[in-house]
Design a protein around this ligand. Structure first.
Ligand code: PEP
Ligand code: MG
Length: 574
């Protein structure tokens, strides 16, 4: 019998390729005394040369694939390598204390890292500490003859296997070569999974043990539709999956015929199907998949991709690029949502027991007002280039919205008095992703221009189940009546006040949820670009009156998710 592993299918697709295992390398060594110090110094300088060559190569690849800003990180690494003070100190330890090169390097590097890390309020020095740590690891690996993996330089077709991938690791993957990725941890709505969907890289997360079950170079099959990994495929399985891969590609091709169609139900109700994006580069994928607009631009990636706060000008350029590319289609830009699983190396956030319940999103913006104002200025200046909508994340109370809105008004007034052009029809709305806001939606609806329901968080907070933790992922239940009732109340509250309600959580592209959401009366569905066309096809087959009856029954008669799923299947013949 073939070994199989299962996990959470996080980004659709099928891939067959050899494994590229990304594991922490074993860099253990023994600290020994040496007599031939010249030999140790020669080993050190050979290792430094090798590290230099490797970093130059990575820098070159990063420059071509990712651009100048990302490549600059490696310039900082090269600077460390040519720092005479750093190398002289290591040579001195070898000479005077007669340690082997590995021990001398580690001693000096720990000393510098400790010194820089102690300068807590200096983000620049913190960055230097991390550069020294990275570079020392590379020299140590060269001394030990260990090869370090680097995902951004992959240049042949592979399936990347790792314990976890950070959102920035994911952003660096080249989809021409990385055919899929599989991780031990994570859930469908962890941010690396979300990025995988925008990059259209098939992904399975939360397998628990994939890294212990495969070896580098081993051929595996990833079925990221069913969430299955076949570890030692037989010839028949390879043939079967090659066919499935072809069928999948044909299915995607057929859907492409809907790219220029509008999104209309069977009975003629027009819906907006928008895309979620993380960077201006994602707009291409959104348009290629026929998006009617951008329903969520997660601007925090702009902050995460940099080594310092992006300037107002950098932000202005990014927002302008998205607005112009989308022409007169709506673009909902969410102000920075940092915290939770998204970190900024240069913004010192406190260690928290529960980061998802902590200092995050609008809570940071309302506390660090200058940073917030810079973002709003950039947005307002860009507003003349398209149809901008601004959205605040993680709003829990009316006061938070009022405070954010008044800062927005203040920034707008200042810009106008400086003679700056600003659009006068910018809608300002909020994400509904905290149960308190959902339950208070009837009151919030009086003041906001729109709602966008963030089910990724709304579900985790309603079910008290961490969205990153695969042990409790069974509780991540988008079809649970509690979630559907909240969503229904939010949508009805918006409509009562003549406002629109969208959804930008992953549930909006879930094919079982879509009939229910259509019945509830959701106006805008925003999802990973790769889900748009199949949702457009599904909606074109649904009648809104029948779906309303389905949604009413689901929210009044069902006691759990499986009853809801049975009911949906009764109404939809697939
Ligand atoms: C959400 O919470 O549903 C959402 C869209 O925001 P994020 O996934 O970035 O937290
Ligand atoms: Mg959220």
């Amino acid at each position: 019998m073939t070994d199989k592993l299962t996990g959470i299918a996080a980004s659709d697709g099928i891939a067959i390729a050899p494994v590229y295992l990304l594991v922490d390398p074993d860099l253990s060594f023994e600290k020994v005394s040496v007599t031939d110090t010249d030999h140790e110094q020669a080993r050190l300088s050979a290792a430094v040369e090798q590290a230099k060559g490797e970093i130059e190569k990575i820098r070159q690849v990063a420059l071509v694939q990712l651009g100048e800003a990302e490549a600059q990180v490696f310039d900082a690494h090269l600077l460390v390598l040519s720092d005479p003070e750093f190398l002289a100190q290591i040579n001195q330890v070898i000479q005077e204390e007669k340690f082997n090169a590995e021990a001398a390097l580690t001693q000096v590097s720990d000393m510098f890292v400790g010194m820089f890390e102690a300068m807590e309020d200096n983000p620049y020095m913190q960055e230097r500490a991390s550069d020294i740590r990275d570079v020392s690891q590379r020299i140590l690996a060269a001394l030990l003859g260990v090869t370090l993996a680097s995902p951004s330089t992959i240049d042949e077709e592979v399936i990347l296997v790792a314990r976890d991938l950070t959102p920035s690791d994911t952003a660096q993957l080249n989809r021409d070569y990385v055919k899929a990725f599989v991780t031990n941890i994570g859930g469908r709505t962890s941010h690396s999974a979300i990025m995988a969907r925008s990059l259209e890289i098939p992904a399975i997360v939360g397998t628990d043990s994939i890294t212990q079950n495969v070896e580098n170079g081993q051929m595996i099959i990833v079925d990221a539709i069913e969430g299955i990994i076949i570890l030692e495929p037989t010839a028949e399985e390879l043939a079967e999956y090659r066919q499935k891969l072809k069928d999948y590609q044909t299915y995607r091709k057929d859907l492409e015929q809907l790219i220029d169609s509008s999104s209309v139900s069977k009975d003629g109700v027009e819906i907006e199907l928008a895309a979620n994006i993380g960077t201006p580069k994602d707009v291409k994928g959104a348009l290629a998949n026929g998006a009617d607009g951008i329903g969520l631009y997660r601007t925090e990636f702009l902050y995460m991709d940099a080594s310092d706060f992006p300037t107002e000008e950098d932000q202005y350029q990014a927002y302008k690029e998205v607005l112009m590319a989308m022409e007169n289609k709506g673009v909902v830009v969410r102000t920075m949502d940092i915290g939770g699983d998204k970190h900024l190396p240069y913004l010192q956030l406190p260690e928290e027991m529960n980061p998802f319940l902590g200092y995050r999103a609008i809570r940071v913006s309302l506390d660090q007002i200058e940073m917030f104002k810079t973002q709003l200025r950039a947005l307002l200046r860009a507003s003349i280039h398209g149809k901008l909508r601004i959205m605040f994340p993680m709003i829990a109370t009316l006061e938070e919205f009022q405070q954010a809105k008044s800062i927005f008004e203040e920034v707008k007034k200042d810009l106008l008095s400086d003679g700056q052009d600003v659009a006068d029809d910018i809608q300002v709305g909020i994400m509904i992703e905290i149960p308190a806001a959902a339950i208070n939606a009837d009151q919030l609806a009086k003041e906001v221009d729109f709602f966008s329901i963030g089910t990724n968080d709304l579900i985790q907070y309603t079910m008290a189940a961490d969205r990153m933790n695969e042990k409790v992922s069974y509780l991540y239940q988008p079809y649970h009546p509690s979630i559907l009732r909240l969503v229904k109340f939010v949508v009805e509250s918006a409509h009562k006040e003549g406002k629109w309600a969208g959804m930008c959580g992953e549930m909006a592209g879930d094919q079982t949820a879509v009939p229910l959401l259509l019945g509830i009366g959701l106006d805008e569905f925003s999802m990973s670009a790769s889900s748009i066309l199949k949702t457009r096809k599904l909606i074109s087959e649904l009648d809104t009156k029948a779906m309303k009856e389905l949604a009413d029954r689901a929210t009044t008669e069902c006691a759990n998710s499986s009853q809801v799923v049975d009911l949906v299947n009764e109404y939809i013949s697939r």
